[in-house]
Design a protein around this ligand. Structure first.
Ligand code: TRP
Ligand code: SF4
Length: 566
């Protein structure tokens, strides 16, 4: 969520930056020869700018937030206004929210400078999820700041304090939620250690562009972040968890989703016979089974592989569009490329498998694979499967369980046997704010951003001096209208100043593009709102001092060392 552009671009210790188009991409190692590799990179430690948000859907499998927006009962204004543009499996969180089931929200902040209006988006997102009933977590990524940015512990202490005060001032309820520093959270450290045993260097190389020069503590901070992301699931039980971040953090989310799965004791799939099927093949075999089972007396014995092969040979699979891709498999809507079933290609492999199956009965079942389970856990699972079951080396087939029941059972047994039972974490992604001077919002250009600690008068002046989407003359503005879509001042209204007031954003927008609004007055109004916001926020920060002091967070660490980068 780093709206900041790091000043140390190009230095060695990260080895992670991706300046050259076409150089190793931060995309989780799914390099494709035919993809538009230029310009698209998600780099947690690089410059936080995204050329085209639509590319992120194509390239990385981030889902459009629009697709899930309807599932959110009372969406936040950042959702309504398209500022939150993407997600991974947010449906799980929206569903839990709608059904009053447990869910959580967590995000983290590198204490490298002052919190600014870009961070406020994320503070607000955490707080909103807390207000909707979620367990809320905010963390200070001090290990990351020290190892990847070379921040001294004194600087980190000071900045950490400022982030936490703003988070509290904006309404984070610390009695109900949890704030922590990475360095202070032993459970996170221990979890990171476990997760690290499921990742290796080649993978970090592929995902982050790490190389032989990357300092080891930086790598440790990555493992720590994956632990942060799963930490809410250690509290009480595994649960849907949303990580609100900028899209630059998506590589961490993807890695964590993978690690969450790799930690699981059992893998649950659906099968029809002894052989395995991929998602597309399964869809076809299901179609064959459904068609044949309807016509026989006893579906359990009378539908056979060879019969299904004969049926499938004459079957014309429908073309499946991208929109249907996640619906096709029982998996979460994770948008992975392998969720797109290519039915035409699957037909011939499914046919091969069915023919090889010969007279083996075709019978729907759920299959539990032993992925990481101890012997006792596997035995306990077998024991716990109700109804008809068949036990094989390394897996067990259950004939009377639904996929959902099987998933729950697998998780239960895992947790009973010292496993975590993690669910894959979800995420939502917000757009980066444009700098007030045009271009990127950067902490190294003070005029480009507004710090939450800025003197309200300075905030006022920065808005007054901002670049606009206005025309050269008032006359032209009246004639052509302004370009609100290109205007950093309009963004200020939409992202922050209008708050929940949709009417205000709509009025500013339509008056602007219709030529009824001139930039001078528009900026004056925005500047005054900004001054008010900062005054109010800073007053609340003062009130939050006491709250913060009452919390058990050490903001005067006596740690030593100089960190990873200077
Ligand atoms: N890497 C994040 C940043 O650069 C900070 C962070 C650490 C984080 N742990 C996290 C963000 C967990 C989200 C979730 O700002
Ligand atoms: Fe931007 Fe306002 Fe000018 Fe429109 S009128 S271009 S929104 S400053």
């Amino acid at each position: 969520m780093d709206e900041d552009t790091p000043e140390e671009t190009g230095s060695a210790a990260g080895g992670a930056r991706d300046e050259t188009p076409g150089s190793p991409r931060a995309d989780g190692g799914t390099e494709r020869a035919d993809g538009p590799t230029e310009d698209v990179a998600l780099d947690p430690w690089g410059s936080a700018s995204v050329g085209d948000y639509a590319d992120l859907f194509e390239e990385f499998g981030i889902e459009a937030f629009d697709d899930v927006a309807d599932d959110v009962v009372d969406p936040h204004y950042l959702m309504r206004r398209g500022v939150i543009f993407g997600h991974r499996e947010y449906d799980a969180v929206a569903e839990a929210m709608a059904n009053d089931e447990p869910f959580a929200a967590l995000s983290g902040f590198m204490p490298t400078g002052d919190p600014h209006i870009g961070h406020k988006l994320v503070f607000d997102e955490i707080i909103w999820h807390q207000e909707q009933g979620g367990d809320a977590f905010g963390l200070i990524a001090d290990l990351e700041a020290h190892s990847a940015r070379g921040m001294s512990w004194d600087e980190i202490d000071e900045h950490a304090r400022n982030y936490l005060l703003s988070l509290l001032a904006l309404g984070f309820d610390a009695e109900d939620g949890e704030l922590y520093r990475q360095s202070d959270n032993r459970e996170v450290q221990d979890l990171g250690f476990e997760l690290g045993s499921k990742a290796n260097f080649s993978e970090f190389e592929a995902i982050y562009g790490f190389d032989g020069e990357t300092n080891i503590s930086h790598m440790q901070s990555v493992v720590t972040q994956t632990a942060d992301i799963l930490y809410p699931q250690l509290v009480d039980e595994p649960k849907p968890t949303v990580i609100p971040v900028g899209p630059d953090q998506d590589p961490h989310v993807r890695l964590t989703r993978d690690l969450a799965t790799r930690m699981r004791y059992f893998k649950v799939t659906e099968a029809f016979a002894s052989f395995e099927l991929d998602d597309a093949e399964r869809q076809l075999v299901r179609a064959a089974y459904d068609a044949l089972a309807a016509d026989v007396d006893d579906a359990e014995t009378d539908v056979r592989c060879e019969g299904a092969a004969a049926w499938l040979a004459d079957y014309e699979p429908p073309e499946v569009g991208a929109a249907d891709r996640d619906a096709a498999d029982g998996d979460a809507a994770d948008g992975d490329a392998d969720d797109v079933p290519d039915l035409a290609a699957a037909k011939s492999t499914a046919l091969d498998k069915l023919r090889a199956g010969g007279k083996e009965p075709l019978r729907p079942r759920v299959r539990f694979f032993d992925r990481n389970a101890t012997d006792e856990a596997f035995e306990a699972l077998i024991e716990a499967v109700e109804g008809d079951k068949r036990v094989f080396e390394g897996h067990v087939d259950a004939f009377d369980l639904t996929r959902g029941e099987a998933e729950s059972l697998a998780r239960e047994v895992e947790i009973d046997h010292d496993g975590f039972g993690f669910r894959q974490p979800s995420s939502i992604y917000h757009r980066f704010m444009t700098g007030l001077t045009g271009g990127k919002m950067s902490s190294s250009i003070p005029a480009s951003h507004i710090s939450l600690l800025d003197d309200p008068e300075d905030g006022y002046e920065k808005v007054k001096a901002a670049t606009t989407g206005g025309r050269d003359t008032a006359e032209k503005q009246r004639e052509l209208g302004g370009e609100a879509d290109e205007c950093p001042v309009y963004e200020l209204y939409a992202y922050l100043l209008a708050g929940d007031d949709d009417e205000l954003t709509k009025t500013v927008y339509s008056e602007c593009v219709n030529g009824e609004r001139l930039c001078g007055g528009c900026k004056e109004q925005a500047a005054e709102l900004m001054r008010e916001f900062l005054e109010d926020h800073q007053e609340k920060r003062e009130e939050a001092e006491e709250l913060l002091d009452d919390l058990d967070i050490d903001l005067d660490s006596d740690r030593r060392g100089t960190g990873g980068e200077h």
